[in-house]
Design a protein around this ligand. Sequence first.
Ligand code: ADP
Length: 347
Amino acid sequence: MIQFENVSKQYPDGTLALRQVNLNINKGELFVMIGPSGCGKTTMLKMINRLIERSDGTVRINERPIDEYNIHELRWNIGYVLQQIALFPHMTIAENIAVVPELRKWKSEQIKERVHTLLDMVGLKGTTYSDRKPAELSGGQQQRIGVLRALAADPEIVLMDEPFSALDPISREKLQDDILDIQRQMKKTIVFVTHDIQEAMKLGDRICIMKEGQVLQVGTPEELIQQPANEFVRDFVGSSAPNKSLQPESVGGESMHEIQAASGEKERLSSKFDLESIMSPLSPGHVPKSAKTAVPVSITLPDFVEIMSSHDHLLVERDRQIIGEVSRADLIRYWSEQLQERGEGHE
Ligand code: ADP
């Protein structure tokens, strides 16, 4: 759907940002571009909606070179989400989401329906949320609205440039889950730039690893782990293991095995473990599709650690009702708090 053919970019000051890049992004995939700072990710992304022009080569969308599109027509059809989304402060959330459909002169009924559909997709339909002003929302919630706004006019392609990198880990994880939910329902072609390999592994249908203006490898998360093209890819991807559960070792310097061993010994901690206090509650009826396995809220710590070593996310149930969700990051956080309380932390 999006093709780069021998694309190069040299900035006026001589910086060679991209060197002969060839790439195919498929329709309906969530395609992640990742690599060290300065490797050319943003340059490539902005070439797709012509915010940056190429020095050489061709970029095609639906087989047609992008220069042949009317630039407005091209940009209408491409949603764009930046690291810090600027919502219009005097407008409500619903009005903010509706900006592009309004500009495109959709009928008001159609706009209303679209806004509802989008809010519904992230579990916010029928809440008071849509009538609030941006200042009444947290940074994470504002960013979430920015994502919905980019999708509002139903573009075929959505470009996302480090959209969650300014958020705290919890909001970040929630938005990542939102994106996965949205993607399952809408099947957009999403090009997502990040410098966080764990985020890439969690979200990407395919991941493009870049270095110094060149593409080193494109593949599914599993392919990158199992058949890295070179040492750089191996090292880069190696640091991501926990999110795909392929190697349940180090999570942010902590090791699942260490936690596992420690949790077996430390019965005192197990006895006061309360899963409800570390999970994120879910509103009734909203079950994120990213987690499939449910554990009882009364689970003991050793059992919980055991099951968490092979899952990124779990649902939490009580009396056969899903009441919350919990991620491996929640467990790590809980564990480091326990260690700190007992003076064993590093900080
Ligand atoms: P990334 O998004 O991977 O961090 P960029 O695409 O922003 O990388 O930048 C790629 C390279 O191009 C870097 O060396 C950067 O310094 C350089 N660069 C980006 N924008 C400009 C510009 N407007 N003028 C000159 N050099 C630039």
